[in-house]
Write a protein that binds this ligand. Structure first.
Ligand code: ADP
Ligand code: 3PG
Ligand code: MG
Length: 393
C-alpha cells in the first residue's frame, strides 16, 4: 500500500503553512453545515502546537473564475473563531500585492482565511503563475481538503509541487479508511449512489462495478438512468449526455452479475419549494410538469432488503432533494437502515455527510467521509491527483 507523507514527515516548527482545506459549505451566503469545518480542526490545532502561522485556503461552489459574492468564504471566517476560540482574519482575495504583504507579517499562532480560490481562473486551470503566487505566501504546504483531492487544481497539485508538502490529519484518516475498504471489504458489499453531480460520478460507476456485489441508484442520478431506459421523466433533473454511460453500466452490471437496483417508484411535485408534499408515482406514470424529487416507498423497501443482506455498505449522494423535508424520506430511511445494521457503514459526500450530520446521526456510522466524488473515485480504484503528489516516493 502506498503511504502518504504525514505531518510527522516534515519540519513544521515555527513555519508559515499554506493549509488547503475544503470549506465548500457556503450556499447563498449561508453555511449549510459545519461538518467539513469541524473536520479541519485537528490539523489546525496540531499546527498551532508546532508554533505555525496558518493560511487557510479553500474553494466554494463553482464560480468559474469570477467573483460571485454569494460564494464568498467570509461566513466561514466568522464561524472559525467560535470553533477555535481564537481570532481568524479574512483576506478579501487569495493572491495579489496586498495579500502577499499581509501574509509577510503573520506570526506564530496567527490564522487567516483566504477568499474563494475559484474566484480566479488559475485555480481550476492549475495555472503555474497562480500556483506560484499562492506558494509564495508560505513555507510549507499541507493538504487536508479530502473532498477536493480528485481535482488537479493549482491549490491541490500546483502548490504542492512548489513547497515541502504533506497530508493533513483528515486526508490521512480518509485515505486509510478507503484503502481498507478497497482491499478487504467484508462481503457482500453494497454501494448506494444518488445525488446530483451526475456526470462527475457516473464516470466511475463502471470501475466501482468491479468491486461491489450490489449497486443501488437513487437521486437525480436515478432519473438519468430511468430516462436512458426510455421512461418519460418530465421536468426531472436528467443529464442527457450521460445516457450512453448509463446504458453501458446497466449492461456491465449484468455481465458482472452485480445486482443493480433502480427505482420502480418516485415522489414527484410540480414545483420545488418547502410547501410541496409530493405524490408517489410508478416511474412510467409521471404527468406533465412532474419533477421526481425522491425515490418512492417500494424502491426504499428494495434498498432496505439489499442493505440488510450486506456486510459493507457505502453511500454517497442523497436519494432525493433532502434539503426539503418532503423529499428527505428515502435518505432518512436509508440512514436508519444503515445504522441499525451490523455492516461496516460508510457515508461520503458534502451534501450526504451534511444530511446525516444535521440529523445527529453521523456518530452511528462506522465512518462519515467529507468527500463525495473524491471517495467514489478512490473506491473505484482511480489515481487521484491530490493524493499522487502527497505519496512517499
Ligand atoms: P454529495 O455532495 O453528497 O457528494 P451531490 O452533490 O452529488 O452529493 O448531490 C447532492 C444533491 O443532490 C443535493 O443538493 C440534493 O438536493 C440533490 N438531489 C438529490 N436527488 C435529487 C433529485 N431527484 N432532483 C434534484 N436534485 C436532487
Ligand atoms: C465537493 O463538495 O464535492 C468538493 O468540494 C468538490 O467540489 P467540486 O465538485 O465543485 O470540485
Ligand atoms: Mg454536493
Amino acid at each position: 500500500m502506498n503511504k502518504l507523507l504525514t505531518l510527522q514527515d516534515i519540519d513544521l516548527h515555527n513555519k508559515k503553512v499554506f493549509l488547503r482545506v475544503d470549506y465548500n459549505v457556503v450556499s447563498n451566503g449561508k453555511i449549510i453545515d459545519e461538518f467539513r469545518v469541524r473536520a479541519s480542526l485537528p490539523t489546525i490545532k496540531y499546527l498551532l502546537e508546532q508554533n505555525c502561522s496558518i493560511i487557510l485556503a479553500s474553494h466554494n461552489g463553482r464560480p468559474e473564475g469570477k467573483v460571485v459574492e454569494s460564494m464568498s468564504l467570509r461566513p466561514v471566517a466568522r464561524l472559525l473563531p467560535r470553533l477555535l476560540n481564537r481570532d481568524v482574519a479574512f483576506f478579501d482575495d487569495c493572491v495579489g500585492e496586498e495579500v502577499s504583504q499581509e501574509a509577510e507579517y503573520l506570526r506564530a499562532g496567527d490564522i487567516v482565511l483566504l477568499e474563494n480560490l475559484r474566484f480566479h481562473p488559475g485555480e481550476e486551470a492549475n495555472d503555474k503563475t497562480f500556483a506560484t503566487q499562492l506558494a509564495n505566501l508560505a513555507e510549507v504546504y499541507i493538504n487536508d481538503a479530502f473532498a477536493a483531492i480528485h481535482r488537479a487544481h493549482a491549490s491541490t497539485v500546483g502548490v504542492a509541487k512548489l513547497l515541502p508538502h504533506a497530508a493533513g490529519k483528515l486526508v490521512q484518516k480518509e485515505y486509510d479508511t478507503f484503502e481498507m475498504l478497497m482491499h478487504k471489504p467484508p462481503r457482500p458489499y453494497t454501494a448506494i449512489i444518488g445525488g446530483a453531480k451526475i456526470s462527475d460520478k457516473i464516470e466511475v460507476l463502471d470501475e466501482l462495478l468491479k468491486h461491489v456485489d450490489a449497486l443501488l441508484i437513487g437521486g437525480a442520478m436515478a432519473n438519468t438512468f430511468l430516462a436512458a431506459l426510455g421512461n418519460t421523466m418530465q421536468k426531472s433533473l436528467v443529464e442527457k449526455s450521460n445516457f450512453v454511460d448509463a446504458l453501458k453500466i446497466i449492461k456491465l452490471a449484468k455481465t458482472k452479475k452485480v445486482k443493480l437496483v433502480l427505482p420502480t417508484d418516485v415522489i414527484v411535485a410540480k414545483k420545488i419549494d418547502s410547501k410541496q408534499r409530493g405524490r408517489i408515482v410508478p416511474i412510467d406514470q409521471l404527468e406533465k410538469d412532474d419533477i421526481a424529487l425522491d425515490i418512492g416507498p417500494d424502491t426504499m423497501k428494495a434498498f432496505d432488503k439489499t442493505v440488510a443482506e450486506s456486510n459493507t455498505v457505502f453511500w454517497n449522494g442523497t436519494l432525493g432533494m433532502a434539503e426539503l423535508s418532503a423529499f428527505a424520506k428515502a435518505s432518512d430511511n436509508l440512514a436508519h437502515t444503515m445504522i441499525s445494521s451490523d455492516a461496516q457503514t460508510i457515508v461520503g459526500g458534502g451534501d450526504t455527510a451534511a444530511f446525516v450530520d444535521t440529523q445527529d446521526l453521523a456518530e452511528h456510522f462506522s465512518f462519515v467521509s467529507t468527500g463525495g466524488g473524491a471517495s467514489l473515485e478512490l473506491l473505484a480504484g482511480k489515481k487521484l491527483p491530490g493524493i499522487e503528489v502527497l505519496l512517499k516516493k
